[in-house]
Design a binder for this molecule. Structure first.
Ligand SMILES: NC(=O)c1ccc[n+]([C@@H]2O[C@H](COP(=O)([O-])OP(=O)(O)OC[C@H]3O[C@@H](n4cnc5c(N)ncnc54)[C@H](OP(=O)(O)O)[C@@H]3O)[C@@H](O)[C@H]2O)c1
Length: 363
């Protein structure tokens, strides 16, 4: 039987509680027995009044308003960038510490951008907001950090293969609907046709396809022609690794996979490196699971619902054999890339007694 919510602990608000990440947040808080005394599920007006189940109890979903944060200790926010922009400062004003899953504050000075187990110490001087990185950046970080410490990371080329759940519930629905539509066109007339316009979340039909656009295109400057998703990998990696000059480039692609992001990474180091030495280091790295056998490469389906980052296909970069490696990095985007990391950051706050900012909140 599920234990009741705890009699001591924290009042935790989930901003975006009815969404994919919000649902995972509650599941992971429960799995890891985070000390939640009271849960405050918040969402839009649309779903306010419904309920969510947590620790065997039903909790009423309230509309997210500034006043809803009164008396809350920790806010785990995943309701989109514009919602965070409007409400996170309101929560901070009311004394909450916010762990934000959106891109809104990730690159803001004074806001730590943290992957648990990689740069936890950055949290100590937070001013009320801690940012969770983009999902494709997050899963790279434990691997890159360990290899950077050993060999000095100089340059990274990433190509992402990102699942539709990275675009929320609507992204998953769109994969199902466009897949149904293709089957219907093939004569499977007993499969119902999608009732809405066939694609609106992704720039092209996602079923049986690849879409080389995630988020909007950047116009002008050196990043002209990149998508914002690609620039997130570039800038967030530099901030998390404390390497502002790290050379990073990225191509981000949406693939017809439900959950689990996969990434091909080519890494160039300062010191000579070998696949064996890299695998030895990664095997000793917390939160990372290494497939030494090339045939044992990870897949997103196998990574779904799992906590580690999986790394396989570690091999020399034939164009740079002494200093370069290629690898394949896979993880559950809803966990590592969002909910699990957010809960682990909350655990760090509690463990070190860092809940209250050390300086007055400047937001
Ligand atoms: N999916 C991922 O892999 C991932 C990874 C990292 C970060 N993120 C970020 O997390 C955020 C949410 O992602 P998701 O995948 O959970 O999306 P989702 O499934 O579409 O859920 C969105 C949530 O936000 C709520 N919401 C929407 N508009 C709101 C408003 N005006 N006021 C209050 N709540 C509102 C929704 O409530 P209603 O049900 O009431 O509409 C729902 O609970 C996004 O910013 C996303 O970029 C997602």
């Amino acid at each position: 039987m599920t234990a009741p919510a705890q009699s001591t602990g924290y009042t935790v608000a989930i901003l975006g509680a009815t969404g994919l990440v919000g649902t995972q947040l509650m599941q992971i808080l429960e799995e890891r027995q985070f000390p939640v005394k009271t849960l405050k599920p918040l969402a839009s007006q649309r779903t306010a009044g419904s309920s969510v189940t947590f620790m065997g109890q039903d909790w009423l979903v309230e509309e997210a308003t500034p006043e809803a944060f009164e008396g809350v200790d920790i806010v785990l926010a995943s309701a989109g960038g514009s919602v965070s922009e409007a409400l996170v400062p309101e929560a901070v004003k009311r004394g909450c510490v916010v762990i934000d899953n959106t891109s809104c504050f990730r690159l803001t000075d004074g806001v730590p951008l943290v992957v648990a187990g990689v740069n936890d110490a950055d949290i100590e001087h937070h001013q009320g907001i801690i940012a969770n990185p983009n999902c494709s950046t997050a899963q790279l970080m434990p691997v890159f950090k360990a290899l950077d410490d050993a060999f000095g990371l100089e340059r990274v080329i990433v190509s992402t293969y990102q699942s539709v759940s990275g675009a929320g519930k609507e992204g998953m629905d769109e994969l199902i609907n466009t897949t149904r539509s293709v089957f219907k066109m093939m004569g499977e007339s007993d499969i119902p046709a999608p009732t809405e316009k066939e694609f609106k979340v992704f720039a092209r039909p996602i079923a049986f396809n690849l879409v080389a656009q995630i988020d909007q295109f950047v116009e002008g400057g050196v990043e002209d022609g990149y998508t914002k998703e690609e620039t997130k990998v570039i800038h967030e990696s530099r901030k998390i690794l404390h390497k502002p000059d790290l050379k990073v480039t990225c191509t981000a692609v949406r693939v017809p996979v439900m959950v689990g992001h996969s990434e091909s990474a080519t890494l160039e180091f300062k010191k000579p490196v070998s696949p064996e030495a890299a695998m030895d280091i990664l095997e000793r790295t917390p939160d990372v699971v290494v497939a030494r056998d090339p045939k044992a490469f990870p897949t997103p389906v196998e990574a779904t619902g799992q906590d580690p980052v999986y790394v396989g296909r570690i091999r020399r970069d034939t164009s740079n054999p002494e200093y370069g490696l290629n690898m394949w990095i896979v993880a559950d985007n809803l966990r590592i890339g969002a909910a699990l990391n957010a809960v682990r950051l909350a655990e760090v706050l509690v463990k070190h007694n860092w809940l209250k900012p050390k300086q007055p909140a400047g937001v």
